[in-house]
Ligand binder design. Sequence first.
Ligand SMILES: Cc1cc2nc3c(=O)[nH]c(=O)nc-3n(C[C@H](O)[C@H](O)[C@H](O)COP(=O)(O)OP(=O)(O)OC[C@H]3O[C@@H](n4cnc5c(N)ncnc54)[C@H](O)[C@@H]3O)c2cc1C
Length: 297
Amino acid sequence: MMSGSPIQDSAVVTHDAPASIYVARSLAGALDALGEYGTAGAPFAGGTWIMRSPIRHQPLKTHYVAIGRLPELTAVRISSDAIEIGATITHAALAAALAGLPEFAGLAAAAGHSANPAIRAMATIGGNLATSEFAAADCVPALLCLDADVEISDRRGREHLSLTDFLKIRSTLAPGRLVTRIILPRTERKTAHVRLPLRRAGDYPVAIVSLSVSLDATSRVQAARIAVGSVEATARRWPRLEAALLGRPLDATAVARTATELTDEFVGRDSVDAPAWYRVSVLPGLVRRAAIAALGS
Ligand SMILES: Cc1cc2nc3c(=O)[nH]c(=O)nc-3n(C[C@H](O)[C@H](O)[C@H](O)COP(=O)(O)OP(=O)(O)OC[C@H]3O[C@@H](n4cnc5c(N)ncnc54)[C@H](O)[C@@H]3O)c2cc1C
């Protein structure tokens, strides 16, 4: 891709322009540019996935719209009943913003332990959610456990979808549509996020388990959400294990035993990092660690 002169915040965008990166100065400007570029363009957030496109033998887009500096998308708003996270918040900034909020310990761990410090200072939560091909994204399972809603904007307006519904449509998200915010309801719960990298901190995890539980006055599980990442192509919840937890004390050994009985619902994905069977076989151990971490949160 030619870097050329960056196109400034202008309404004039042509389809036959050379490869470019357009540094948007406002959300409206970014949405206009994305709408004009259509399938030839895409958002450029932290760039940590896009920059590795050649390694994955994936073509780059002709035009990118840099959204990392938009003030509308870089805030975390914390109120008594919800948290709103701007899509270009970096993993590092998100982990820092959530420090001291125990109900979000799982998400803080996901954002604060992904990749390595240099990547966490660049990678954004919006990019993490929007990248369909990235099975090992840490924030996706963590957010699935928190009833996250996703705000999507384009030139015509914005809409909210549950994260589960967003994951179903994200690979076919129309050009010009941007993830702009993630909204999390606040409620008393214990959360945890555990991941298994094979060799070192910078590796993609071979499997991820995120967990969120609400306990009643007798410490029995009232509500449970468990999500698994990196094992299949897209992170998803584990409804049978969630159901098995209800009404019982959260006992890490017992939960891991139940998980062992229920792993047959995961198919697993083969890759150069790890075979499918291995990704599935480590799940009970990760569930156990997640339960221990949640109880300590
Ligand atoms: C070596 C390495 C290891 C890593 N390990 C991990 C890890 O273990 N766990 C982890 O979670 N992350 C990891 N990452 C970071 C990972 O790349 C990012 O978490 C994330 O998936 C991409 O975020 P980004 O902001 O860099 O997106 P970009 O690279 O800018 O964009 C990625 C894709 O999303 C689209 N996009 C970006 N923002 C939006 C938006 N707001 N709306 C719609 N589409 C959008 C882009 O057009 C592009 O298609 C790693 C990165 C590297 C380089």
